[in-house]
Design a binder for this molecule. Sequence first.
Ligand code: GRF
Length: 186
Amino acid sequence: MASGSGSNAAKFISYFRNHPSISVVLVVSNNASAFVLQRAANAGVPQAVLPRKAWEEKREVLALFDSHQVNAIVLAGYMRLLPPWMTDRYSGRIFNIHPALLPDFGGKGMYGMHVHRAVIESGARRSGITVHLVNERYDEGPVLFQKQVDVLPGDTPETLSERIRQLEHEHYPRVVEEYLGALPLI
Ligand code: GRF
């Protein structure tokens, strides 16, 4: 699930393309003009747009996920909170990545460049990525994986975000693969 560019979603699609037991079955966005939908279309992956209103139809949303046999959800720049009936239904099976070392620089309003700007302004020497399980609050589920990067003298939010994005691409699919491998199917 993604709301924007979807570079991480694209990495998942290519990483799992010939995987023996995991596949990306559906790309979901809340935003009909998100570039991630273009990426999914180019890769031949089914896609769905679920704007805010669609989430009022709980049964339809669940039917959509069931029809694609979704048994885990990866958030990759998805900008909305999932309703509790989703986090309950897929409890322990929803992943998110945050472009900093949680619990620092997380929570409401901490997304995209806001995170990197706050890190640099704080004078922190390190930032990084956090892969965590999702519950009904922002950035609060159990942490599965973190990797640090140095904040370099002269770093701008843009240069830091570029290095962190690379790190996300390198680790996020692999961490999810490892974790999913240890879970029973539902
Ligand atoms: C990533 O930086 C991720 O940490 C955050 O949203 C961003 C999504 O980027 N949750 P992209 O759309 O995958 O390029």
